[in-house]
Design a binder for this molecule. Structure first.
Ligand SMILES: *Cc1c(COP(=O)(O)O)cnc(C)c1O
Length: 337
């Protein structure tokens, strides 16, 4: 099977497995896992932030960030397609008791003007605007990247209004590779950042939450409450260290493969539109000989897996385990559809 359903399906490489096996471990709830401590320090340094917290999933790092930034009755401002709102099981409400103000952006991206207009005035009728959360790249926006200047403009607003600014950076490395950006730029403007090791970077498990020392201390307490305190999980952290050392630069190969898939799809009459492809995600609007569900089924017959996100949208996600041979077979299959 050639699996384009998600960049979460990657398997650890033999070299990653060897690195994991050799990693020293200890009890992380006691702060004694050398590999987890090394990963947290490494990521914090990479972003120029004070501290990091290793967690089992990106959902947990996002939810811990929201829990740590807010109190019940506060409001989180985000784009309507955000993972934190769409795909985290209503966690903002159930974990934090926070309300959400949804903004309609451009392929998942919002602007400083929208943020400014969304901040509630001091008024007993209104929830207290407390946090703005951005996503980069935007998953449902087809891997769209923010312009860094747009992020800086948003940060000016959050800072002057006393709001926190969180980044769901599940695919931040894809954005930084595409835009040739430095992690330290991000560390400077965000109060908290979640990065996933289990997406494009190819580790089997794990995300890291980054922030100031007091912020991470508070989040670490909530991680225990959420049931995310792990023990000898250092081999998983080691996979993350290996991924950061070896799997960042290669993301550009995924991006160029995604462009080739886009170009092959564009030649088909049943492809009405494709979101601009900037990184590793291709989202195509399908209508004609096939709808999205039928196209996914036709590709599955040829051993190619994609996701029909809606009856009209199909998503391909390119990742570490998509080889040149897989790409060639996929392009050939699309051509014959
Ligand atoms: C995958 C993803 C996450 C985290 O998902 P987990 O499966 O919980 O690790 C968060 N945000 C975005 C945008 C994602 O794509």
């Amino acid at each position: 099977m050639i699996d384009f359903r998600s960049d979460t399906v990657t398997l650890p490489t033999p070299a990653m497995l060897a690195y994991m096996q050799a990693a020293p471990v200890g009890d992380d709830v006691f702060g004694e896992d050398p590999s987890i401590n090394a990963l947290e320090a490494k990521t914090a340094t990479l972003f120029g932030m004070e501290a990091g917290l290793f967690c089992p999933s990106g959902t947990m790092t996002n939810q811990l960030a929201i829990k740590t930034h807010t109190q019940a009755g506060d409001e989180v401002i985000c784009e309507e397609l955000s993972h934190i709102y769409q795909y985290e099981g209503g966690g903002i409400a159930s974990n934090s008791g926070s309300s959400v103000k949804l903004l309609r952006g451009d392929r998942g991206r919002i602007t400083a003007d929208q943020v400014l207009a969304a901040i509630n005035p001091e008024d007993v009728h209104k929830p207290i605007s407390r946090l703005v959360s951005l996503e980069n790249t935007c998953n449902r926006g087809g891997g769209a990247c923010y312009e860094f200047s747009a992020i800086e403009a948003i940060q000016k607003i959050t800072k002057s209004h006393g709001l926190g600014l969180h980044l769901d950076g599940a695919r931040l490395f894809n954005a930084m590779v595409h835009k040739k950006e430095d992690p330290k730029q991000y560390g400077k403007v965000f109060d908290s950042i979640s990065i996933c090791l289990s997406k494009g970077l190819g580790a089997p498990v794990g995300s890291v939450l980054l922030g100031s020392t007091p912020f991470i201390k508070k989040a670490r307490r909530w991680r225990k409450v959420f049931g995310g305190g792990m023990r000898q999980a250092g081999s998983l952290a080691a996979a993350g260290i290996y991924a950061l050392d070896n799997h960042i630069d290669r993301l550009k190969e995924d991006h160029s493969k995604a462009l080739e898939i886009k170009n092959a799809l564009l030649k088909k009459e049943f492809v009405k539109e494709i979101f601009e492809v900037e990184t590793n995600i291709v989202i195509a609007h399908i209508d004609g000989k096939y709808n999205a569900t039928q196209l996914a089924a036709a590709l599955k017959e040829k051993n190619i897996l994609v996701i029909a996100m809606t009856p009209t949208l199909v998503r391909f996600v390119v990742h570490l385990d998509i080889t040149n041979e897989h790409l060639a077979k996929t392009l050939e299959t699309i051509e014959k559809l």
